[in-house]
Write a protein that binds this ligand. Structure first.
Ligand SMILES: Nc1nc2c(c(=O)[nH]1)N[C@H]1C(S)=C(S)[C@@H](COP(=O)(O)O)O[C@H]1N2
Ligand SMILES: [Mo]
Length: 251
């Protein structure tokens, strides 16, 4: 084996290298400070600093281009579903009297709104979904839900022409919580208008009488207690988007 002769470095050389290294480090720190400062002075776009919002929107376009309606989320056996389901978020659930004469409103066109009763919804074929419910706050839980596939619901009420549009908007009866969801995700076969949890009617704090279950999205989009559904090409208003979160919130 051949050994390279070691190179001797003079003390002056060491000092120059140390000095150059230090200069780079100071420049790096200054760069960090300046970028941080630049970011902090940006205007906000829907609750998020402008360039962070741009980042979220770029992620959205990448995720949208890879999204396939046919790809199913992982499902689990009933024995794995939590008997005690976590409750999170109560915006829009302030007034339980909203559930008394409840009917689902579906805006077909301005001035043309369908009113659909729970009995009518329950008479459609039931789909059960057992999946890993994920909240942006960092927890997840395998849970068991039952309801009607949104795509079946659209067929039954002659709403399939709406699928040309980009978004579905959902709002609680009192307008206090609202979400917008891209239409492709609404058509994924595990997206249901849900009226049952663990085989029983939904509890009040989990969206009685009807909520959205949409496994391709984070918890924020699973709106509890649906009042009105509408369709549009523009992004419908979205509670957490306005507060700086991602609009897409999906996988
Ligand atoms: N009406 C309404 N729906 C809501 C929320 C809310 O605050 N109000 N919070 C969302 C969030 S952040 C999560 S994680 C899930 C929680 O559903 P759960 O309470 O059934 O676990 O509901 C979603 N739907
Ligand atoms: Mo959440």
């Amino acid at each position: 084996m051949m050994y390279k002769p070691e190179k001797l470095i003079s003390e002056k050389n060491v000092r120059t290298k140390t000095f150059v290294g230090l200069c780079f480090f100071i420049l790096f720190l200054a760069g960090c400070y300046l970028s941080w400062n630049w970011l902090q002075h940006q205007p906000k776009d829907q609750g998020a600093l402008r360039s962070l919002r741009k980042g979220l929107d770029i992620n959205e376009s990448i995720f949208t281009s890879f999204f396939s309606v046919e790809r199913l989320s992982k499902s689990f056996g009933k024995n794995l579903a939590a008997p005690k389901v976590r409750v999170n978020g109560d915006a829009g659930l302030e007034d339980n009297s909203d559930t008394l004469n409840w009917k689902l409103k579906v805006v077909k066109a301005p001035g043309d709104t369908l009113q659909i009763s729970m009995e009518e919804i329950k008479s459609l074929p039931k789909t059960e979904v057992i999946f890993d419910f994920k909240c942006i706050e960092g927890w997840s839980q395998i849970t068991h839900w039952g309801g009607v596939k949104f795509s079946d619901f659209l067929k039954k009420y002659n709403l399939t022409d709406k699928e040309k549009l980009k978004y579905t908007g959902l709002v609680t009866p009192n307008d206090k919580y609202y979400v917008g969801v891209d239409f492709k995700s609404m058509l994924q076969p595990q997206t249901i208008l849900c009226y049952e949890m663990n085989g029983k009617p939904l509890p009040l704090n989990q969206g009685y009488p009807l909520r959205l279950i949409i496994p391709v999205k984070y918890g924020v989009k699973h709106l509890k207690r649906i009042g009105t559904i509408s369709f549009s090409n523009e992004r419908p208003k979205d509670y957490w988007y306005e507060r700086g979160y991602d609009y897409y919130c999906g996988f």
